[in-house]
Design a binder for this molecule. Structure first.
Ligand code: ITT
Length: 194
């Protein structure tokens, strides 16, 4: 079986990525703790590529990288690429975002996810991007998921990401959209294992 390193230190992402990859004949491994990747790219795709390619080269295995973030319209797209650096913990990041937005009535936002799969030699094999539109609530709701999920509300589902069953979040989310594009390519490369 081919080994694939999940090139992220975020446990919430690891859980989701593992669920998307069920059914592929891959042996998933966690990123070695000593491999650090500096996120100096100017786009989500560039950072996802940095993560996948550096981890692939460091481990000599296939690797998948995910760079994602929340873009809030009235904050000119912030926190965006800096979503992870907006505070020290998920709670602090949410608190800061709610503070920055204050009572603004215009609360449109989108989550973006870029995924890159790199070969063991560090070259890019596949990449995909997904976007999901929603609104930022005034108070957190729900306990599923991770990160900004409790304040990201999808009006057509009348739920935050944190109130959704994992299967629903997987179908509609930015990461779900990106995996819908990536998975056919991965199945072609690695076979279905059936
Ligand atoms: P790695 O770089 O190690 O993958 P990270 O948490 O630093 O982990 P990013 O740089 O991509 O990842 O930052 C993404 C930020 O956006 C981070 O704070 C996440 O918690 C948040 N985020 C990404 N996807 C999310 C999702 O589906 N739901 C809620 N928050 C999400």
């Amino acid at each position: 079986m081919v080994r694939l390193v999940v090139a992220t230190g975020n446990p919430g992402k690891v859980t989701e990525i593992e669920e998307y990859l069920v059914g592929l004949p891959l042996e998933l491994e966690l990123k070695p703790e000593d491999v650090e990747v500096e996120e100096i790219g100017e786009t989500f795709l560039a950072n996802a590529a940095l993560k996948a390619c550096s981890v692939a080269m460091a481990t000599d295995e296939w690797a998948i990288g995910d760079d994602s973030g929340l873009e809030v319209e009235v904050l000119d797209g912030a926190p965006g690429l800096y979503s992870a650096r907006y505070g020290k913990t998920d709670a602090e990041r949410i608190e800061r975002l709610l503070f920055e937005l204050g009572d603004d009535l215009h609360r449109q936002a989108q989550f973006v996810c870029a995924l890159v799969v790199a070969r063991p030699d560090g070259t890019i094999a596949f990449q995909a991007e997904g976007v999901c539109q929603g609104e930022i609530l005034r108070t957190p709701r729900g306990s599923n998921g991770f990160g900004y999920d409790p304040i990201f509300y999808m009006p057509n589902h009348q739920m935050t990401f944190a109130e959704m069953a994992p299967e629903l979040k997987h179908r509609v989310s930015h990461r779900g959209q990106a995996f819908q594009l990536l998975l056919p390519q991965m199945h072609q490369q690695f076979g279905s294992g059936l």
